[in-house]
Design a binder for this molecule. Structure first.
Ligand code: DHB
Length: 310
């Protein structure tokens, strides 16, 4: 039996599958559940400087093909997550902080603080779709991202990575990849929920969620092909220089295998974790291992990125 171990930015992960930020990872109890499960890492909820209650409810809904939400970043504030880290170390797996700043300075403080903590990696979330920014969101403003990377890419030894949105054209993917290559950014997570989506209840003639007149971020099966497209592009552009965490619609071992073919070094599971709970990590991992074994591959690196063309 093969084991689908992997590495992200040089750090070993016992399997290819772990939790995506934002799902059942906001409290110590939830994080301990992830710690005890077969998730190969503990990804923390994206945190901000101050605690936040998040948007008005109803703010999320599970639908047949995925998840739709405008949570508005409810979290306990970064100080609480710092307090949790020593307690989470007992689970002996990589701990990943996820941070969101409302200014470049806030991002700097958050990254610096987690650099000085016992987390293993830091995900810099640039792509929360439910926070209304003035002007162009940072993730489409490459000058601003450059300014940010000047401030955060050399604050410590721990690998930092960018959580990216769905870039829907090649020029944006290429620009982002060029910036990543210029700085010390050893991993990316691609993609975040696809923002500015709208779902309507035709019977009631209303929106499905309350915040932002019904607009929100879409995750799960709806976005899997978009996520695969982004992962593949970034794999082509960054190859072995940058590790890729694939995110978006991973429900089965076969989905994970498709992300592996596209070039992901690991996958994060959100919507399926929301529905199925912590057992999903073991199930998906087992299904992936069975596929690898059946196809005669002995490790993740045998097949990573080896998508064939027609
Ligand atoms: C939220 C949604 C996201 O997709 C994200 O990356 C961070 C936060 C939210 O609305 O809480």
């Amino acid at each position: 039996m093969i084991t689908a171990k992997t590495k992200i930015a040089g750090i070993e992960f016992d399997s290819y599958i772990f939790n995506a930020s934002g799902i059942k990872d906001g409290t110590l109890e939830e994080l301990e559940e992830i710690g005890k499960s077969e998730s190969s890492a503990i990804m923390l909820k994206s945190c901000t400087i101050e605690p936040r209650k998040g948007n008005e409810k109803p703010r999320e809904i599970n639908l047949p093909f995925g998840y739709f939400q405008s949570e508005g970043l409810p979290n306990l504030g970064y100080r609480k997550y710092l307090e949790f880290i020593p307690k989470l170390k007992q689970y002996k797996k990589p701990i990943i902080a996820s941070v969101v700043g409302f200014s470049l300075e806030e991002y700097r403080v958050l990254v610096k603080t987690f650099q000085e903590s016992e987390v293993d990696l830091i995900e810099v979330n640039l792509s929360c779709p439910n926070i209304v920014e003035e002007g162009l969101p940072i993730v489409y403003n490459f000058e601003k991202i450059k300014e940010l990377l000047d401030k955060i890419s050399n604050l410590g030894e721990k690998p930092i990575g960018l959580k990216l949105p769905a870039y829907l054209c090649y020029v944006l993917q290429e620009k982002m990849a060029d910036l990543i290559k210029q700085y010390n950014v050893p991993f990316i997570a691609s993609i975040n929920s696809v923002g500015n989506a709208l779902i309507i209840d035709p019977g009631k003639e209303t929106t499905l969620i309350k915040p932002q007149k019904g607009f929100g971020g879409l995750s799960g099966g709806y976005i899997k092909p978009i996520a695969l497209g982004n992962v593949r592009r970034f794999y082509e552009l960054l190859k072995d220089k940058v590790s890729i965490m694939g995110v978006g619609g991973i429900k089965t071992g076969q989905d994970a295998f498709e992300f592996l073919l596209a070039g992901a070094d690991a996958v994060q599971v959100g919507t399926t974790f929301e529905r199925e709970g912590v057992n999903c990590f073991q199930r998906i991992n087992k299904e992936l291992e069975e596929i690898l074994e059946k196809k005669g591959y002995s490790s993740i690196s045998d097949i990573r990125g080896r998508l064939k063309y027609l």
